[in-house]
Design a protein around this ligand. Structure first.
Ligand SMILES: Cc1ncc(C[n+]2csc(CCOP(=O)(O)OP(=O)(O)O)c2C)c(N)n1
Ligand SMILES: [Mg+2]
Length: 354
């Protein structure tokens, strides 16, 4: 049953370039197209504002996802409400697409306890910072859902670097063997901070790895929101129909620093970044929709303004949270905390001026 689908070498694509490359079509209504565009712009606005908030000292170190929005919005759009999302730090704001308040995610980046949420309420697990450790979580969740007859699919998002981790291997093996209704969604942005994808594997593509786990591997243009949507929709149907997991490799090139703490200029291919920025995913979809008369300039303005307003309100709400008790840092780890904790906490309070 193992097979690489369907475009060996090439990447699945729907959106054309308005010139030689023709547009494909997907089975979405005009309203759904607009909803998907709204999701894309919301994530873009979240990301761009977050970089500004970081520069202003209002949030901490931030993992930029500029031009990763199509992978996130396109795949999430293919899910049902009952399906669960297991994000990494790169998809920190994906919960917004489920109605999670912006203030909550901004609080997370402020290191504030208001940044935690109940995963069950939104179908979105906590943001995973350790690389790939959420892959077994998602797969276990999917398998458990199947045992319970819940008909839920779980999707785990991770990067190219994550495919070298033991936890990825364990999760993928488990998913294949137990036929779990899981989607392993790899954002291949070709960098793990400064380590290139060529140092992660000698395989021709990351999707090739799927063969070894007994699941289909699909390669898709990560900047094409409609191709991502279609590939994920097929994976969801396969999972829900009892045919097990799919590995999706969405290919892009990281066009922003790894995070606000990174200086990529010493390792990245600037020309390639420039190319990627010119062909970034929000503009690509915007031009596609306009070619089909599905989007007007007035709607673009309105949707952008909505996103900005949501962020303005979100950061105001996050900043209105009373400061967290530093004691929380020391709680919930030990039943009998070591005596040194008392001194550490006292010192922390002194440093914070409390
Ligand atoms: C287990 C573990 N090892 C190392 C790190 C440090 N680290 C943070 S991000 C990162 C790179 C991950 O790259 P990739 O999986 O390609 O995801 P991307 O950041 O490109 O989305 C590393 C090594 C970590 N967070 N967790
Ligand atoms: Mg990467």
């Amino acid at each position: 049953m193992s097979k690489v689908l369907p475009a060996e070498g090439g990447l699945r694509r729907v959106i054309g370039d308005g010139h030689e490359l023709p547009d494909g079509e997907v089975d979405l209504t005009p309203e759904q197209h607009l909803d998907l565009y709204r999701d894309l712009v919301l994530l873009r606005t979240y990301d761009e504002r977050s970089v500004v908030y970081h520069r202003q000292g209002r949030i901490g170190t931030y993992a930029i996802f500029w031009n990763h929005e199509a992978m996130q919005a396109g795949s999430a759009f293919a899910l049902e409400e009952r399906d669960w999302i297991f994000p990494s730090y790169r998809e920190s704001a994906i919960g917004l697409l489920r109605g999670l308040p912006a203030s909550t995610v901004l609080s997370w980046w402020r290191g504030h306890p208001a940044g935690w949420w109940n995963p069950e309420k939104w179908g979105v697990a906590s943001i995973c910072v350790p690389i790939a450790t959420h892959v077994p979580h998602a797969v276990g969740f999917a398998w458990g859902s199947r045992l319970k007859g819940d008909d839920r699919v779980a999707i785990a998002y991770f990067g190219d670097g994550a495919t070298s981790e033991g936890a990825f291997h364990e999760g993928a093996t488990f998913a294949g063997v137990f036929n779990a209704p899981a989607i392993l969604f790899c954002n291949n942005n070709q960098w793990a901070i400064s380590t290139p994808v060529s140092a992660q594997t000698a395989a021709a593509t990351l999707a090739d790895k799927a063969i070894g786990y007994g699941m289909p591997g699909v390669r898709v243009d990560g900047g094409d929101v409609l191709a991502v949507y279609e590939a994920t929709r097929e994976a969801v149907a396969r999972a829900r129909g009892g045919d097990g997991p799919t590995f999706i490799e969405a290919v892009t090139y990281r066009a922003a620093p790894h995070a606000t703490a990174d200086d990529p200029s010493i390792y990245i291919d600037e020309e390639r970044v420039e190319e990627e920025r010119e062909n970034e995913c929000v503009g690509r979809y915007e031009r596609y929709l306009k070619r089909f008369d599905l989007l007007t300039d007035a709607q673009v303005e309105e949707i952008r303004a909505e996103g900005l307003e949501l962020m303005r309100a979100g950061i105001a709400e996050a900043e209105a949270e009373p400061p967290a008790d530093p004691g929380l840092v020391f709680e919930h780890a030990f039943a009998d905390p070591p005596a040194s904790f008392r001194d550490d906490l006292a010192e922390l309070r002194r440093i914070l001026g409390g």
